[in-house]
Design a protein around this ligand. Structure first.
Ligand code: SF4
Ligand code: SF4
Ligand code: SF4
Length: 705
């Protein structure tokens, strides 16, 4: 709330002489009433020209001190520059100089705006949320979004501690200066951009051509080029007000116009002129039917037609974690039950005032809850135990109610295999039929079964978190769960640092990277979490990096979930804490894999046996050196800047460790030579004590107590 006679600084793309006319009338009137002095700067332009991307904090800080007159202007600028040197000198001279340039340029582009005596704008402030929003969003969420949440009475909140999902879609943040524009002729419809988008803001649908009748004038489609759904059409659509402008989708797009190779199938264009028409297009797109999941192949193209049930989260622009969470909800959707450890994923996953987890058209979506760093694995295991118990009760009730619902249906419900989309959809149909039949039964067991019937559809339990949880604070519990043999899936999104709490090192931080508590560069090796899990012989383990191989990522997720025991996926997640433009996150992941820094593999205990190996290394032997990967990231460059000799030694160690690990994995991936059983000892006394004899092989899915 500005005080009368105060100063208002606006970061705007509009030229100073045009800015006033672009302000909504309510804002103009407020400025006039309060007699504010108005200044403007295009901070994004200043930052971009200095090679700072979208980081405008130094620009805005400089303008603030120049206008606030807390110190004489020259003195204030001197303080800022000294602070820049102190803050960024560890990141290199280049970063310091770019920040200095930004300070000087900011002052040159700061302009005062003339304030007329009357407000005459034809533009008016839009409502905080759309009139189509549900009642709770209008009564509670919108109040919080407008910054007046403290005025809400306690009675406005749900009494049972739950919080409505599917609310992020009403918070139109309009963050992006530029959004992707689609060129259907160039597009091969691979859907790679859809998978990579961290914010579910670019989506694809395939649908009958007659549904294009009545589409808005600028809505685009093209003949579907895939093998499935012959005669259908395809649309790739951006959500203009939810896109953050991170550019990751454009960077992963492999298709270029043959006649003009600079032209990709999507390219970034200014959001302003497209906002209104693309908003209409997106609304039309959302109304188009979803594809039949059971008819789509489980590859990148096919799965990216699945509706995401995690959308528009508040994660950083271009976040490397959220594509995995989104994929999880696309693949396992309303069957997913997610136990989320504290960390970035619990913040962007369960933030206020809006929630990115959402529901499908039937109103079903993932179950989500957050627990502590130190007990999340056990928390998720509790989900499994509860689900199994409920399913058992439902099965017992079914047996009791055979005469009421029909023996054939009971047999089918109890014997359904429930692997694959078609089988799951058949089981859902049976549960719907069961519910119909239960309506005509007056037995108390029927009422109880109505409450539990959904547990007859196989649930998919996921234990999710970052490396701070999995490698460090929650490791004891995670190890306990991995050893349990229970059917839970663990997803570790590895940013190799405590991202959310400010960049402290974790046991996942690699040799040579700087982090808090490892300012000179970490000198010991990253823990090999996958190898520890493989040592049980009963855990499915996959290591993935979607930017290097989205196909291997999708395969690993589907295999892990189908595995009837414990599974662990370790997912490389680029992060702002690594210190480079997130638009290149996928390219950097590719480099991590190509240089041997991050091998891709799948360890499936079902493939163990004579002449086979459960481990399959999916990535090729390295090309290049890990230093080629490291030098692109500030977290490593800081170490080189401080002490080049130490950096060289640490890189040498990292290279050695990477090669050693690759050699070990390749050795483990060789077919196992059958071990001949030792001849039985004639003298029982010569036999080894029972406690030292090898345990019999643990079978996949076997429950150990
Ligand atoms: S620019 Fe970023 S947020 Fe926008 S559609 Fe592309 S990947 Fe998604
Ligand atoms: S990545 Fe490129 S070619 Fe593939 S669907 Fe997206 S725009 Fe089309
Ligand atoms: S800090 Fe890193 S992991 Fe966390 S939201 Fe930002 S980019 Fe994603």
């Amino acid at each position: 709330m500005a005080t009368p006679g105060g100063t208002l600084l606006i970061n705007s793309l509009f030229a100073p002489e045009k800015l006033w006319d672009e302000l909504p009338r309510e804002i103009q009137q407020r400025i006039i009433d309060l007699k504010l002095k108005v200044y403007t700067i295009d901070a994004y332009d200043v930052a971009r020209r200095a090679g700072m991307g979208g980081r405008v904090n130094t620009v805005m800080q400089t303008c603030f001190f120049a206008l606030a007159a807390i110190f004489p202007r020259e003195e204030a600028i001197g303080y800022i520059k000294r602070q820049i040197k102190k803050t960024y000198s560890a990141k290199g001279e280049d970063v310091v100089n770019r920040n200095y340039a930004v300070v000087d340029d900011a002052l040159a582009h700061l302009h005062q705006v003339e304030v007329p005596a009357e407000a005459r704008s034809e533009i008016y402030l839009p409502p905080i949320v759309s009139a189509k929003a549900p009642d709770f969003v209008k009564r509670v969420t919108a109040v919080m979004l407008s910054g007046k949440g403290d005025a809400l009475p306690v009675s406005a909140f749900p009494v049972d501690g739950t919080w409505p999902t599917a609310t992020a879609k009403w918070e139109k943040r309009n963050l992006a200066l530029e959004i992707p524009q689609w060129h259907p002729v160039v597009c091969t419809q691979c859907n790679k951009c859809v998978l990579a988008c961290p914010h579910a803001a670019i989506r694809a649908k395939v649908y009958p051509p007659e549904l294009t009748k009545g589409a808005p004038p600028t809505f685009q489609w093209d003949e579907f080029k895939g093998k499935y759904f012959q005669g259908s059409v395809y649309t790739l659509q951006v959500a203009p007000e939810d896109c953050t402008g991170c550019r990751l989708c454009v960077e992963v797009c492999p298709s270029r116009d043959k006649l003009n190779p600079r032209q990709k199938a999507i390219e970034m264009v200014p959001q302003g002129p497209l906002r209104a028409p693309e908003r209409d297009n997106y609304e039309y797109f959302l109304e188009l039917p979803e594809s039949d999941r059971s008819k789509l192949p489980l590859n990148v193209m096919g799965t990216q037609f699945f509706e995401p049930l995690f959308e528009y989260s508040g994660a950083c622009n271009g976040c490397g974690e959220t594509p995995y969470v989104k994929l999880l909800t696309q693949l396992f959707g309303d069957r997913a039950m997610i136990a989320n450890a504290t960390g970035c994923s619990s913040i962007y996953g369960g933030n206020l005032p809006t929630t990115p987890y959402t529901a499908n058209r039937e109103g079903r979506g993932p179950v989500w809850s957050n627990s502590l760093f130190e007990d999340n694995a056990e928390f998720g295991l509790g989900f499994r135990l509860a689900v199994d118990q409920h399913a058992r009760q439902a099965q017992e009730l079914l047996s009791v109610l055979g005469a009421d619902v029909g023996d054939a249906l009971v047999r089918e419900l109890l014997g359904a295999p429930q692997q694959g989309e078609a089988a799951l959809s058949a089981q859902r149909a049976r549960v719907a039929m069961l519910r119909e039949k239960l309506k005509s039964s007056f037995r108390p067991e029927a009422r109880r079964l109505e409450l539990l019937a959904d547990y007859l559809v196989r649930k998919s339990v996921w234990i999710v978190g970052g490396d701070g949880w999995a490698y460090d604070i929650g490791y004891g519990g995670l190890d306990h769960v991995l050893a349990s043999g229970r059917d839970v899936n663990v997803l570790v999104m590895d940013t190799e640092v405590y991202s959310n709490t400010g960049g402290q090192q974790s046991k996942a931080t690699p040799t040579g990277a700087a982090a808090k508590f490892a300012a000179a560069g970490k000198s010991i090796a990253k823990k090999d979490l996958g190898l520890l899990a493989m040592s049980y012989g009963s855990v499915y383990v996959g290591q993935v990096a979607f930017g290097a191989s989205d196909a291997q990522t999708v395969k690993t997720f589907t295999e892990a979930e189908a595995y009837p025991g414990t599974s662990l996926i370790i997912a490389y997640s680029h992060c702002i804490a690594h210190g480079y433009d997130m638009a290149y996150g996928a390219a950097q992941q590719q480099l991590a894999v190509d240089t041997g820094y991050w091998p891709l593999y799948r360890y499936d205990p079902r493939h163990a046996g004579p002449g086979k190996s459960p481990l399959h290394v999916d990535s090729m032997p390295s090309i290049g050196k890990v230093i080629d990967f490291c030098r692109n990231e500030t977290r490593f460059r800081m170490v080189e800047q401080q002490d080049p000799m130490r950096f060289r030694d640490l890189m040498h160690l990292l290279q050695h460790k990477s090669e050693e690990r690759r050699a070990l994995y390749e050795h483990m991936a060789r077919p196992v030579t059958p071990v001949q059983p030792a001849p039985r000892a004639a003298d029982p006394a010569a036999a080894a004590p029972a406690s030292r004899q090898p345990a019999s092989a643990v079978q996949p899915g076997q429950v150990t107590q």
